[in-house]
Design a protein around this ligand. Structure first.
Ligand code: ZN
Ligand code: FE
Length: 258
């Protein structure tokens, strides 16, 4: 196994997306997590003199796959994506589903099925780096909108992510954190750590800085979508005796109306 540290470059693109490029100087591999926009991704590659070898696609939405074909024709990179929506991923070469793992440049990548936002979304966990790419499943202080799946699916997906080691670095597909923080405070107003975090987020955004990556631990302590079992949140929702998945479903419904 190649335990060398991957360099990670996160950059904003489109309206509120993040692109991420990973590079391993030893093996020479360069991976783009999704391909939101050709120019933005290509600028990062060109400015660092990197040749793109792989794209790891999380789901079929346009803001995650738009540049697949343009990047593939420029770099001849290999595109790996979700098995359950492979037919919707432009240029896909190989697909994987939940529980699969594969190797790139000696780094093992575990595939975590994360349906809900779309039916086939996958997340990629780089175990030897302690990093996970959650796209539109888990956000800082939020979770993805449930477009194609069910709340039960999304709840299962989030539990899989929450089960990763606490210090796992979490990269997500969008900078939604400020709006998410406002909602989080509406259901978990007495969470002192959340109150503090919301202030820090405001400061970061005022200075044009990213609020990502986050960590699994920080999300478990402050993200209401990972806190369905919390007594205070349940009391506020008058759902003291409900199942966790029901509490989660109610929180998601409230966010949709917020
Ligand atoms: Zn999406
Ligand atoms: Fe998206």
């Amino acid at each position: 196994m190649n335990a060398s540290k991957l360099e990670i470059f996160q950059f904003p693109c489109r309206q509120d997306n993040y692109g991420v490029i990973l590079h391993d100087g030893d093996s020479g591999i360069t991976i783009s997590i999704d391909a939101p926009e050709f120019e933005a991704v290509d600028d990062v590659l060109e400015s660092r003199n990197l040749k793109l070898t792989h794209i790891l696609t999380t789901h079929h939405h346009m803001d995650h796959v738009e540049a697949n074909e343009a990047l593939k024709s420029k770099y001849g990179c290999r595109i790996i994506g979700p098995a359950d929506e492979a037919d919707k991923i432009p240029g896909i070469d190989k697909s994987h589903g939940h529980g699969d793992s594969f190797e790139i440049g000696g780094h093992r990548i575990e595939v975590i099925g994360a349906p809900g936002h779309t039916l086939g979304q996958v997340n990629y966990y780089f175990a030897d780096q302690g990093v996970v790419f959650c796209a539109d499943a888990l956000f800082a202080l939020g979770c993805g909108r449930i477009f194609e799946g069910t709340p039960e699916m999304m709840f299962t997906a989030l539990n899989r992510l929450a089960a990763l080691p606490n210090d796992t670095l979490v990269y997500a597909g969008h900078e939604y954190t400020l709006a998410n923080a406002k909602f989080a405070l509406s259901v978990d107003p007495e969470n002192a750590e959340l109150v503090e975090r919301a202030k820090e987020i405001e400061l970061l955004r005022d200075n044009g800085k990213p609020t990502l990556p986050t960590t699994i631990d920080l999300e478990k302590r402050t993200n209401p979508f990972l806190r369905a079992s919390d007594a205070k949140i349940r009391a506020l929702l008058a759902m003291d005796d409900a199942a966790d998945v029901e509490v989660f479903t109610e929180i998601r419904a409230r966010k949709d109306r917020f």
